[in-house]
Design a protein around this ligand. Sequence first.
Ligand SMILES: NC(=O)c1ccc[n+]([C@@H]2O[C@H](COP(=O)([O-])OP(=O)(O)OC[C@H]3O[C@@H](n4cnc5c(N)ncnc54)[C@H](OP(=O)(O)O)[C@@H]3O)[C@@H](O)[C@H]2O)c1
Length: 373
Amino acid sequence: MTTRRQFLELSAATAGALALSGRRGLFAQQPMASAAKPLRILILGGTGFIGPHQVRYALARGHTVTLFNRGRTNPDMFPEVEKLRGDRDGDLEALKGRDWDAVIDNSATIPRWVRDSAGLLKDSAGQYLYISTLSVYRGFPQPGMDETAPVQELEDPTVEQVNGRTYGGLKALCEQAAQAALPGRTTVVRPGLIVGPGDPTDRWTYWPVRISRGGEVLAPGDPWTLVRYIDARDVSEWCVRMLEDGNTGVYNAVGPRSHLSTAEMLYGIRATTNVEIGFTWVAADFLAEQNVRPWSDLPAWLPPTEEYVGYGSISRDKAIAAGLTFRPLATTALETLDWWRSLPEERRASPRAGLPPEREAEVLAAWHARASG
Ligand SMILES: NC(=O)c1ccc[n+]([C@@H]2O[C@H](COP(=O)([O-])OP(=O)(O)OC[C@H]3O[C@@H](n4cnc5c(N)ncnc54)[C@H](OP(=O)(O)O)[C@@H]3O)[C@@H](O)[C@H]2O)c1
């Protein structure tokens, strides 16, 4: 016999499950249409985070793909795809004597690597798409900045050490090396925070994972602070379409389509779960006092101070005009969580970003003590 209470609990659980499965069904992928003209695409890299999404989409669109890498990262991925072995750092032999319609360069942060590969391929490839980053900009002091904003210049342009201080300047030099080798035939894509299934950094992944645990969730700073991120599938698929369309130039590749506040992002992720949850908004200066770091401890969140005033509103209009599209937040959140749950337990036990649960509880307790004291 089912009691009335059991019946109500069961009905609520079923309604929740139906709501979730309905959402997944709603966002199910449509069958992929083939490109008008199949291309031969060389991908430098291809087996890390965004590379595999590019490969899957390019194959689904009917293109032929060749990968070039050292064979260290996920070497068993894509057994059906041609793989050329070599090293960006001094061994490009395998690229000689071949030609391609287009190249995607994912794997370079050192300008010499781009000079060497783009120099070698300039007469044997029609278009060169370089994956850069929003970090090339000198800062984000104004709202709504676009691709004409000034980029960083390294004091020593020969430096090859990649770290927080040099990364943006090195990527800017990589862009320039590609443009110099293939003038008018280069596409520079500058993504912001790349998120979604396969993200090795665990940064944005923190939010769907944390929110799915329920309870009191520490939410950072001013709820109205704008955020920017891009689903890895959105940027990867668009890169392939940029090759199909022969689009060149420089593009910021961030989403979403409309301005999105931190609160809208967190409530949007919450809408994909039916756990009991509440957000406690903790002021940015208090988080700083507690040594809680924006971005790495509370990913995607950058307090809009000084050089970051315009980060959350950086323009992506040019990319949208060139066909960049965005999955709904709910799709990204649900599929990132599904992917995370598919990882081995040992991997999930040591997330690479985000506040550990005990640290979050400590900071929340300190915040409540201050508020009530
Ligand atoms: N994650 C973010 O939020 C973010 C934001 C903005 C921009 N970006 C940019 O996005 C790009 C995409 O990175 P990804 O990891 O997703 O690309 P990926 O193409 O999926 O993976 C990196 C590839 O590079 C290959 N590789 C590494 N060192 C190599 C070498 N010395 N010679 C030849 N191949 C080499 C790796 O294979 P082997 O190890 O087998 O060689 C792997 O296939 C990066 O340029 C990064 O700067 C990332």
